[in-house]
Design a protein around this ligand. Structure first.
Ligand SMILES: O=C(O)CC1=CCC(=O)O1
Length: 259
């Protein structure tokens, strides 16, 4: 299993897809791991070398205690990409993964070729993240499970795909509370709002009509209005769009990445 050490923490990653194809990095949301991209993987693997990374504190990556920052999480991605032999790459990230992507686009503009921001934001309510961090540190993941699942997936998806919904719930409640809190602090403390006008690479902003965590009218519209030249893709999906609309997401990403 490939692990790369960053500042003493082992970060887990996996490479799939066509070996001679351009690299596309795929990043997960808080409370999930690289498996979030499973339904999309078969639709992209013939055209890309797919580098999935379990965000620090999630999946098989180490969950060091303490608060993380977006710059630390971006350093994880850059270090792993170099270890995997990717000098430059495109990146698609869901929610926290998109925030890490924006940070990387700003701090390492020469490395990022294209950016796909899936159901994400440049700013979230700091007080509510502070409360969420205190809850998981004090009471564990189960204490936020119902609330977080309601923000992840739509009632329609729960009714149509109960097995997939259960798998997300199991992944969420088995997440390391300290790793979740560490990433929650990176979301709470992010300072992207006034900086993203400086993103220079072509960017696709993907929003979901059923997304209640980062509603498109507020979060997606701000990204589209602020990132120069950003393009829009609207999906009929809630926050975890790779699960709710894998075909439409893969199609939209492919069109954007190839043009
Ligand atoms: O609001 C949620 O719980 C969903 C979410 C916010 C950031 C992220 O990565 O997922």
């Amino acid at each position: 299993m490939p692990f790369t050490s960053v500042k003493g923490a082992e970060i887990y990653w996996k490479m799939d897809g066509r070996e001679d194809a351009p690299v596309l990095v795929l990043l997960n949301s808080i409370g999930s791991d690289m498996d979030l991209w499973d339904p999309v993987l078969p639709l992209l693997r013939d055209d890309y070398r797919l580098l999935r990374i379990d965000t620090r504190g999630h999946g098989a990556s180490a969950a060091e205690p303490g608060d993380y920052s977006l710059s630390l999480l971006a350093e994880d991605v850059l270090t792993v990409a170099r270890a995997a032999g990717a000098g430059t790459f495109a990146l698609a990230g869901v929610s926290l993964g998109g925030m890490i992507g924006m940070e990387l686009a700003l701090s390492q503009p020469a490395v990022l070729e294209k950016l796909v921001l899936v159901c994400t934001s440049a700013t979230m309510d700091a007080a509510s993240w502070d409360a969420r961090i205190a809850t998981v540190r004090g009471q564990g993941m189960i204490a936020i499970a119902e609330m977080a699942m309601g923000r992840f997936l739509s009632p329609q998806f729960k009714a149509d795909e109960p097995g997939a919904w259960d798998a997300v719930l199991r992944g969420l409640v088995s997440s390391d509370a300290e790793g979740y809190a560490g990433c929650g602090a990176a979301i709470r403390d992010m300072d992207l709002k006034d900086r993203i006008a400086g993103i220079a690479c072509p960017t696709l902003v993907v929003t979901g009509t059923r997304d209640t965590s980062t509603p498109m009218e507020v979060h997606g519209e701000y990204l589209l209005a602020t990132i120069p030249g950003a393009e829009s893709l609207v999906l009929e999906a809630a926050h975890l769009a790779p699960l709710e609309a894998p075909e439409a997401l893969a199609q939209g990403m492919t069109t954007f990445l190839e043009n």
